[in-house]
Every structure is written in structure tokens, then in C-alpha cells.
Design a protein around this ligand. Structure first.
Ligand SMILES: NC(=O)c1ccc[n+]([C@@H]2O[C@H](COP(=O)([O-])OP(=O)(O)OC[C@H]3O[C@@H](n4cnc5c(N)ncnc54)[C@H](OP(=O)(O)O)[C@@H]3O)[C@@H](O)[C@H]2O)c1
Length: 268
């Protein structure tokens, strides 16, 4: 995930003078991977996390949730001295946990990105704690708009909803597309043709929603002629309770995000 952010920001910096003053430094413990990042994206390498924090105004946290506490605790004095903006993409770790592990209040922006960021089509939800300033927010937008789009949420618990919507969402859409391809293949369509048509239908539907500006129900009604094929299919979805299945699945993901946060830091 950090690699995709670095790649996105590097290419948007190359395309725009506006980012000319931004320079990236990375600490990556695997030295082969670190040198690959240096070669691919012209980032500077830090020798340690201590050096990284001491020299930079924005620190992006992108380690696994289970290791974040052990990474941050030894860095408390470097963070206290530099007071950088902290941008955390670490799933499930609350801003209060980060401040408590660093033994001081810090400006923290929590972000839930998603994997389409790898192809510059990400959707990120962002939450800022009280210490974050407007210029900090513009910086975070610069980072995540470089790999897709970003939306602010007002409350930290909204990040759990973002997790259930866009964080986990790529898997939901992919599962639906896969089921459609499997059904068409089972009916005799060759798999390549089924995949090509399904993918273009997904992309075309999104583009139509975006470009037409019409409400979703109007667009659904537009494809659904009375007693036609679409109506037959939609009746099956309705009978199976598709909208309830989707809301139950969303809620399961949201509650799991809450639980993971509690497991990672029962005190916050
Ligand atoms: N993947 C997703 O779809 C997604 C979506 C939303 C949020 N996130 C969040 O993004 C974060 C990263 O996820 P990921 O899937 O990209 O995990 P990942 O591939 O394991 O990346 C974690 C990186 O942190 C490095 N690292 C380990 N210990 C470190 C230390 N002490 N100091 C500095 N770097 C260290 C790892 O290096 P080594 O491999 O050498 O240990 C690795 O390069 C997670 O917190 C996850 O919750 C991921």
C-alpha cells in the first residue's frame, strides 16, 4: 500500500510543478525493497525510523496494525521534538492510540485507502483529529488524490463505515462480477468473452452513473422494461433479499472494524 502511494505521488509530482517542493524519504527494513523504491521513484532512503522522523514534516504510517505499537513507542522523543503531521493508513488503530503510544498529543490524520490505489483509482476516507490544521488537510489530500479520490469524514467512528464501504468494497464488486462471469460461462459463453463483457458492463455502468447525473433508481428503471429480461433478473435478486444481504454484509464489516480496533488497543 505504501508502495502504491509512493508511486502515485511520484508520478503526480512528475506531472505537476505544484508538487515541486515535496520530497519523499522512506524507511523500509528490507534493503533490497528499499533500493528498488529508490531506483523506481527517486525517493531518499532513511537509515532508520529515528532518522526519518527527525528529518520530515509529514510521516505516513504504513506498517501492519499488529506491529505499529512496537514501531512507535521507541520513537516518542523524535516525534515530540519534530511534531510532524502523522498520516496513518494502518487499519483499525485509533488516533488516540497513536498519541498514547507516543506519550503526547499529535496531529493525526487517519486514512482508509483501498487497493485500486495500486492503479491510481483508489477511494480514500480521511478523518482528522483536533490538532490537525487546514494546511495539514491539504497535504493529506495531495497524497491521496495522487492515487484516486479522497473524502473527509466528520467522526472517527465513520472510518469504520468507510472500511465497510470502500476499504472492503473492491472485494464485494469483484465477487459480484465473478458470479456473473461464472453464470455466463456455465450457460456456455466462453470465459474470455464472459469476462470482457462483464468488466466493460461494470465500467460502463459506473461511467453512465457519473456522466448522466441521474438518480440510480431512474437509471435502473431505464434498463428495466416491463415483463423484460432485466425485470426477471431483478425479481430474483429481490426475492433473495439482496438489499438486506448487502446491508448485513456492510454491518458485519463495520462491526469487525470496531472489534479489531478494540483488540489492538483495549484502552482507547
Ligand atoms: N492492503 C490493503 O488493501 C490496505 C487497505 C487499507 C489499509 N491498509 C493498511 O496499510 C498498512 C500496510 O498494509 P500492506 O498490505 O501494504 O502491508 P505490507 O505489505 O506488509 O507493508 C508493510 C510494510 O511495512 C514494513 N515494515 C515492517 N516493519 C517496519 C518497521 N519497523 N519500520 C518501517 N517499516 C516496517 C514492511 O517491511 P517488511 O515486509 O520487510 O517487514 C512492509 O514493507 C496496514 O496497516 C494495513 O492495515 C491496507
Amino acid at each position: 500500500m505504501a508502495g502504491s502511494l509512493i508511486g502515485g505521488l511520484a508520478s503526480s509530482m512528475a506531472d505537476s510543478d505544484a508538487h515541486a517542493e515535496v520530497a519523499m524519504m522512506v524507511y523500509e527494513p528490507d534493503s533490497a525493497r528499499a533500493h528498488q523504491l529508490e531506483q523506481d521513484f527517486n525517493v531518499r532512503l532513511a537509515a532508520s525510523n529515528e532518522q526519518l522522523v527527525a528529518k520530515n514534516d509529514v510521516i505516513v504510517l504504513a506498517v501492519k496494525p499488529q506491529v505499529l505499537r512496537s514501531v512507535l513507542e521507541p520513537l516518542a522523543s523524535e516525534f515530540a521534538a519534530r511534531k510532524p503531521l502523522i498520516v496513518s493508513i494502518v487499519a483499525g488503530v485509533r488516533a488516540a492510540s497513536i498519541s498514547s503510544w507516543l506519550q503526547a498529543d499529535h496531529a493525526v490524520i487517519r486514512v482508509m485507502p483501498n487497493t485500486p490505489a495500486l492503479v491510481s483509482a483508489g477511494a480514500a476516507g480521511l478523518y482528522a483529529n483536533e490538532a490537525v490544521t487546514e494546511p495539514h488537510k491539504r497535504l493529506a489530500e495531495l497524497l491521496f488524490d495522487a492515487v484516486g479520490i479522497s473524502c473527509w469524514v466528520a467522526r472517527e467512528e465513520d472510518i469504520d463505515s468507510v472500511t465497510a464501504l470502500s476499504g472492503s468494497g473492491p472485494a464485494y464488486f469483484m465477487l459480484f462480477i465473478k458470479s456473473l462471469i461464472d453464470a455466463a460461462t456455465a450457460a456456455g459463453l466462453d470465459p474470455h468473452t464472459a469476462k470482457t463483457l462483464a468488466l466493460q458492463t461494470a465500467k460502463g455502468s459506473v461511467q453512465l452513473i457519473d456522466d448522466s447525473g441521474q438518480p440510480l433508481q431512474t437509471l435502473i428503471d431505464g434498463v428495466t422494461s416491463p415483463k423484460g429480461t432485466t425485470e426477471s433478473a431483478l425479481k430474483v435478486f429481490q426475492a433473495a433479499g439482496l438489499s438486506h444481504i448487502v446491508s448485513d454484509a456492510f454491518e458485519a464489516a463495520r462491526l469487525r472494524a470496531q472489534q479489531l480496533a478494540k483488540d489492538l488497543d483495549p484502552d482507547n
